[in-house]
Design a protein around this ligand. Structure first.
Ligand code: B4P
Length: 186
């Protein structure tokens, strides 16, 4: 079974939903940069204050800020003896992917698989409108999709070239999608 995983895909594809299930059932560390940032916002930390307006606009929080969070969690886990991890929503652009590669080299670890969750825009928008989080109104959702196309989609070619990409159809029930993901992870 592969134990060092990335979940990639557009907003609303269900990365968080599937990552939570998988991490629980397989005992992996689940690192969702979105959840961690929302935690900082809720706690009113300086980092959260910086992230809040950026997230509300549907844009990406600065690489330095997100990287600092991921670096400290992965280092902590490595120092505690290592183990599997699942990065959900990170990296979101090529600079973050390069920084992750450098961090993993430092830790002597490697990405084993990148699960790409694929779904039509119409279904993505419907799911997000139904979720109704603070950044889930229609104009912000459209903007997040644009940001995804411009900044995150290049990672598909990036990880395909490194022979790590496993595309999964993200339409259907949560259980059906979980089975497809389990099949590619082994
Ligand atoms: P994220 O928290 O990563 O959220 P997301 O991409 O919008 O959603 P996800 O794909 O996880 O969908 P979910 O399972 O919730 O990002 C939010 C913001 O944080 C970004 O816009 C950015 O500002 C910031 N951010 C995060 N990471 C960053 C980074 N690395 N760098 C810079 N900025 C960063 O599912 C969506 C909905 O669909 C839910 O309501 C769910 O219940 C439903 N759903 C899931 N599966 C379903 C199914 N099979 N059928 C029907 N509904 C389903």
């Amino acid at each position: 079974m592969k134990q060092r995983l990335l979940f990639l895909g557009p907003p609303g594809a269900g990365k968080g939903t599937q990552a939570q299930h998988l991490a629980e059932s397989r005992g992996l560390l689940h690192l969702s940069t979105g959840d961690l940032l929302r935690g900082e916002v809720a706690a009113g930390t300086p980092l959260g204050q910086e992230a809040k307006t950026v997230m509300a606009r549907g844009e990406l929080v600065s690489d330095a800020l997100v990287l600092a969070i991921v670096r400290s969690r992965l280092k902590q886990q490595a120092q505690a003896g290592g183990g599997g991890w699942l990065l959900d929503g990170f990296p979101r652009n090529v600079a973050q992917a390069d920084a992750l590669a450098a961090l993993l080299e430092e830790l002597g670890q490697q990405i084993e698989l990148v699960v790409l969750m694929e779904l039509d825009d119409a279904v993505l928008v419907q799911r997000l409108l139904a979720r109704g989080r603070a950044d889930d109104n229609e104009s912000v959702i459209r903007h997040r999709l644009e940001v995804y196309r411009q900044q995150t989609e290049p990672l598909i070619a990036y990880y395909r070239e490194r022979d790590l990409l496993a595309p999964v159809e993200a339409a259907g029930s949560v259980d059906a999608i979980a089975e497809r993901i389990a099949a590619v992870i082994g």
